[in-house]
Design a protein around this ligand. Structure first.
Ligand SMILES: [Fe+2]
Length: 222
């Protein structure tokens, strides 16, 4: 059952008062909670617009449709699947914590301050077109120096999940997603500059996910 925002906020407050939750490298060794469940709680506690919450949960659903078959086929460990699910749910959390000029940086800094593991922080910092948009906006942020780099396959899976989910959380094609982004922003927006600059990497991400996370392709290769 999805917690209400006040239930989620109360749980988060209890966890942040817990010394175990502040341990470096392990999000919480005291509260027995999986990373995706914790991510759901953190997401539900944010002052995010309803659409942004629906999109985030939709990206979580899209990621689940990628990781469950891959995990069942032995292509992914359960801990990696949990990490990617948490990153999908929390990738846009920075919209609730503005500060740097780009939501990916804000979200990564917020999660790092909560004590989130470095691989999760890196996935949020680098998600989708974030590196291109940081450059297009001229922000003085060095993503690699500040957050390290996510695994290429994890970053590709998150990009695919994000770009096959509508702003309202519905599963759509990547072509529909690109078209709706182009409709939402003016032609001179850094969002569209980043989108244009990232097209090659976006295509490569879809290809990587198809090649390495699809049980059918692993069966064919075997
Ligand atoms: Fe997104």
């Amino acid at each position: 059952m999805t917690p209400t925002p006040s239930q989620a906020a109360a749980t988060m407050t209890a966890m942040l008062d817990c010394p175990g939750c502040r341990l470096d490298g392990a999000w919480c060794t005291v509260h027995p909670m999986s990373m995706p469940v914790l991510a759901c709680l953190i997401l539900a506690a944010q002052p995010l617009h309803t659409d942004r919450l629906a999109h985030s949960r939709g990206v979580g659903e899209a990621m689940r449709s990628l990781v469950v078959p891959a995990e069942n086929a032995g292509l992914l460990t359960s801990s990696t699947a949990d990490l990617w699910m948490a990153a999908a749910l929390l990738h846009d959390v920075g919209y609730a914590r503005p500060g740097s000029g780009h939501h990916a940086v804000d979200g990564a800094r917020y999660l790092r301050a909560l004590g989130a593991p470095a691989p999760l922080v890196a996935m949020v910092a680098w998600h989708s077109t974030a590196p291109y948009e940081v450059a297009a906006r001229g922000l003085e942020v060095d993503l690699a120096a500040e957050f390290g780099r996510p695994s290429p396959l994890g970053a590709a899976a998150l990009w695919v999940a994000d770009f096959t989910t509508s702003p309202h959380g519905r599963q759509i094609s990547v072509e529909e997603r690109l078209a709706e982004i182009r409709c939402r922003y003016p032609a001179d927006s850094p969002v569209l500059a980043a989108l244009d600059a990232s097209q090659g990497d976006l295509a490569a991400s879809f290809a990587l996910v198809a090649a390495q996370l699809s049980p059918a392709s692993s069966t064919a290769a075997a």
